[in-house]
Design a protein around this ligand. Structure first.
Ligand code: ADP
Ligand code: MG
Ligand code: MG
Length: 249
């Protein structure tokens, strides 16, 4: 079946453990929230998945096959992509929306002479339309709002055959309307069978758009539950390791 599994993942920095044997699975076509207080290990776990870090121990199994992810390039080839908050570093400001969406294709062609620009713009438009988004494809990427830049990056993932996408606090810089638009886009990705990891500290949106919730604390997984089978109190308790009220006796 279509799923990305992480098993017994351990990682230490200068001898200090950040991940102490974490199991985590995301299914194709689900939105899986990864929650935890600051320092719980969420980003480290996802950086191992996206090839930025290498685990000390543990296995990554993609659609049943053990994967060796030694670099971000390896992760991309396996269909694993990450949408970080720093969208600007992933876009070329001077290039158009169409060129940014189709960047992989353009790089593959080698020379700009071989590119059919009309066809490229149509494909970029069609890819944005698959996400329910419309952005003028001849506009320079540098002139876009942050929310539009995020959409361009997500459209690019589709042209690169993404199978699993990690969003690390994607709504933190967005307005409420922009966040709504992103949730619609995530629904479209889910509908295409893509597995999504959604890291956020905003519990209302997590409960609205996620199918399952995994809570981490101090480098360990506390639980994984269908969103419908848990509630905000349980999640907060698991994140903090104690009953929330204890702080306010
Ligand atoms: P989260 O994303 O849940 O806030 P992180 O994965 O960023 O947690 O951090 C988990 C732990 O690992 C923290 O104690 C953090 O200080 C440590 N850590 C993460 N990255 C590094 C690094 N590159 N060097 C040293 N320590 C790190
Ligand atoms: Mg952190
Ligand atoms: Mg983090």
């Amino acid at each position: 079946s279509k799923q990305l599994q992480m098993k017994g993942i351990r990682k230490a920095f200068s001898g200090v453990p950040a991940l102490r044997g974490v199991d985590f699975t995301v299914q194709g076509g689900e939105v899986h929230a990864l929650l935890g207080a600051n320092g719980a290990g969420k980003s480290t776990l996802m950086k191992i998945l996206s090839g930025a870090y290498t685990q000390d121990e543990g296995a990554i199994i993609i659609d049943g096959l053990q994967a060796n992810i030694a670099s971000p390039g390896d992760a991309k080839k396996l269909g694993i992509h990450c949408v970080y908050q720093e969208v600007d570093t992933a876009l070329v400001a001077e290039l158009s929306v169409a060129e940014n969406v189709m960047l992989d294709r353009i790089s593959a062609k080698g020379s700009r002479l071989w590119i059919n620009w009309g066809k490229l713009e149509k494909e970029a438009e069609a890819t944005l339309a698959r996400l329910g988004a419309s952005i003028p494809v001849r506009k320079k990427a540098g002139e876009l709002s942050l929310a539009e830049k995020q959409l361009v990056l997500i459209a690019r993932l589709l042209t690169e055959q993404a199978k699993y996408v990690i969003f690390d606090e994607p709504t933190a810089p967005l307005s409420l309307d922009e966040a709504e638009r992103l949730f619609h886009v995530i629904e479209q990705l889910k509908g295409e069978g893509i597995g999504i990891v959604f890291i956020s500290h905003r519990l209302p949106e997590v409960f609205r758009i996620c199918d399952r919730i995994t809570v981490m604390r101090d480098g360990e997984r506390v639980f994984t539950e269908p969103t419908a089978d848990t509630n905000v109190d349980e999640v907060v308790h698991a994140m903090l390791g104690r009953v929330f009220e204890e702080e306010y006796p």
